[in-house]
Design a protein around this ligand. Structure first.
Ligand code: HEC
Ligand code: HEC
Length: 241
């Protein structure tokens, strides 16, 4: 039969097809365009910042050196949504996750709401300690008087809760997603506030299914303490009175 000689070719062909599919690189490893763009557009403006205010703390100063060489190209320009050191509002919800979390995400890389942060800023030769010091420098520059200026609330407990709210609750509550009441929407909050604070807090802590939808326990972040959730609820209710 004529089939026989063709069989090996067919097998080899299929093997290659399979191999090609496997060798497709994960999207997170591809970053050539962003890097060259970053170098072109950000280099002039990043250069002067490199000499400006070197932190007195030697650890932060070391972080600044790593930052200037590896991170400033995106972060100094706010390229593709990279949060700028010093932009207190952009950093507050990030810092609220904890520096450890931010550091880990910077080492492994991550895709967040605004864009893609490449592992170690795209420089694999940086040690974890280098990245850690750069993140410490960035966070230190960005904490400012953060919570106090970010909200009109004078009560520091409510102010700190804004950052937690931004990270854990805003995704649904700012947009009214699936019926989540927006802070500031007095009509939506009046009947809820009228139930009494204890029930509001317990609904937020344990989750509940109401008339309009489903509120997950602690907004889906089991790591929040009851006290943190309580403070966030107070912040939301305070904004909606
Ligand atoms: C190619 C551009 C680029 C480079 C280079 C870069 N970043 Fe980023 N980075 C981003 C973007 C974009 C985000 C925001 C991602 C989001 O939240 O959607 C980000 C976010 C971050 C965050 C916030 C993390 C969080 O949990 O919210 C930290 C910290 C950070 N970068 C540190 C670094 C450090 C340290 C370096 C240098 C070693 C660096 N970045 C280099 C683009 C970059
Ligand atoms: C996945 C979306 C989602 C997230 C995230 C979320 N919520 Fe909600 N939340 C809802 C929805 C939907 C409702 C309205 C449910 C109803 O009344 O039917 C609600 C209602 C509430 C209420 C009103 C309770 C009541 O008794 O009327 C409070 C308080 C609340 N959420 C607090 C929080 C807090 C605090 C967080 C963050 C820790 C959070 N939510 C995160 C969806 C969400």
């Amino acid at each position: 039969m004529t089939m026989k000689p063709f069989l090996p070719f067919l097998t080899v062909g299929l093997f290659f097809l399979g191999a090609c599919g496997l060798e497709k690189p994960p999207a997170s490893l591809k970053f050539p365009d962003a890097k060259s763009d970053a170098a072109q557009t950000a280099a002039p403006s990043a250069a002067p910042a490199a000499t400006a205010d070197v932190p007195a703390d030697p650890k932060l100063a070391a972080g600044k050196t790593v930052y200037d060489a590896n991170c400033g190209a995106c972060h100094e320009a706010g390229m593709m949504g990279a949060p700028k050191p010093g932009d207190v509002a952009a950093w507050a919800p990030r810092i609220a996750q904890g520096i450890d979390v931010m550091t880990k995400k910077s080492i492994t890389g991550f895709t967040g709401k605004v864009g893609n942060m490449p592992a170690k800023g795209g420089n694999a030769s940086l040690t974890d300690a280098d990245v850690t010091s750069a993140v410490a420098f960035m966070a230190d520059k960005s904490k400012g008087a953060a919570p106090k200026t970010a909200t009109p609330a004078a009560d520091p407990k409510l102010a700190g809760s804004k950052a937690l709210y931004d990270t854990n609750c805003a995704a649904c509550h700012d947009s009214g997603m699936m019926g989540a009441p927006k802070p500031g929407d007095k009509a939506a909050w009046a009947p809820r506030i009228a139930q009494g604070n204890a029930l509001l807090v317990s609904h937020a802590n344990k989750g509940f299914k109401g008339k309009v939808g489903m509120m997950p326990a602690k907004g889906g972040n089991a790591k929040l303490t009851d006290e943190e959730t309580t403070n966030i609820v107070n912040y939301m209710a305070d904004k909606s009175k």
